[in-house]
Design a protein around this ligand. Sequence first.
Ligand code: NAD
Length: 348
Amino acid sequence: MTKILITGSAGFVGFHLVNKLVKEGYEITGLDNINDYYDVNLKYGRLLEAGINKEDIEYNKAVPSTKYDNYNFIKLDLSDRDNVLNLFESKKFDYVVHLAAQAGVRYSLINPHAYIDSNVYGYLNILEGCRNHPVKHLIYASSSSVYGANKKIPFSEDDSVDNPVSLYAATKKSNELFAYTYAHLYKIPSTGLRFFTVYGTWGRPDMAYFSFTKAILEGNPIQIFNHGKMKRDFTYIDDITRALGLLITKPPVLADVSDFQGLTLPPARIFNIGNNTPVELFDFISELETAVGKEAVKEYLPMQPGDVTATYADLSKLEGEIGVMERTDIKNGISTFVNWFKDYYNYQ
Ligand code: NAD
């Protein structure tokens, strides 16, 4: 059976990917440190949904799923070098999808060390694991935030991304650089995916659409930065996992061309993964109001440090690899999310 490590499997994207890939017959190991950056009960809820009981979880011990024969979960911190390397040694993964990270732009102004521990040091341990026990393909999560205040739209992978405006973005950019180096030195084929604002069921409570839904349902005010004039390329979770599923078994190959130093180009590549349709935050909120059936109480605030005004993914490179990316309409995506939210949190 083909063995895949999915890090961040108690997180939003990781949870959805585990649920998709177990059904496709892969042998999946999920890894997460279940940190408390946001509500841990939601993380345990996601784990339970995939057959992992909270009571059975112990640090650095693989727990089999009670729902899927081909899934086990291990609670482990990526910065725990010895245990991460031991895991690679014992499992000999075919593929790695590395989604665990300290996410969030604004929190990187509050707790910068968390970003270095997980996104730099933890990421290095993943690369070292892949180096010691070569995998066929490492896919890792980068972010649209690497584009910073890029004004050229849509954002293309060929645009310069040397001006990260938050530490979060800087760590994601460093991930791309490290992947290139490891592909060059050790021929580890890698694909970095620049995610553009992912939303959907079992989503992240730290993201605006999630907290806005709760506030609208409860009649509390929502705080709208930059007067709602920010544009985001909101991407529905199922579109992301579908594309990830198609990419896993399509690693880049060592390019048959030389760069300016006369070296063969390494098998490292980067793709945008988004919706290619930016939506104004204000319009996104209107859709939320329609789906909830209530008007939001709005408070307008200025731009926040580290934020960017617009994101917009050019998908031509990704689509050159996997074909046309299926895109869920924002109305359908929001209404599916709101229905899940009301059901999960018992709103009438
Ligand atoms: P998430 O926070 O829900 O999931 C990340 C998971 O990683 C969490 O469950 C967390 O506990 C775990 N984790 C963090 N540090 C860890 C460590 N040191 N060791 C082990 N586990 C650790 O985030 P998500 O939305 O699922 O994002 C997945 C990936 O995509 C992340 O790398 C994120 O930076 C990136 N990304 C997400 C979005 C988005 O809109 N959701 C946008 C751009 C990039």
